[in-house]
Design a protein around this ligand. Sequence first.
Ligand SMILES: [Zn+2]
Length: 139
Amino acid sequence: MDDLESDYETIINKLSNQITKLWNQVQYYQVLVTQQENQIAKLLNENSQLKAQIQNVSLQPTPPTYPSQQSYTPSVPTQQAPSTITSDVVTSTLKRKCPNCGAMGFAIREEDDKTKIISYIPRRIYAKKRVCTKCRFEF
Ligand SMILES: [Zn+2]
């Protein structure tokens, strides 16, 4: 009987040892799990912070109205300048007649009146004067 009891004791001891080992393992894994949970919480926190940063970055370039306005404004003077020149040429060629001697057409020459500058931008534009080649009359 004694032998049997001792056998049981050894078996029970062995099993209890195994159980404590398993408990240790379980506790070790629980520690690992809590560490991983902490890491996950940390990463989630970092993720939300990065998301907030991305929102800040994406908010900054939202007013892109600047380049479209800048490209629009300089086109106005370049369009105005040639239209005034063409209208000036049309009116001057229509009234080609010398008021002094009455010569018309090719007798009247158009020249730049360099004493009268109309504009400097985009280039120097002089006032036009007409010179009669027959009587040298300028008008
Ligand atoms: Zn003339």
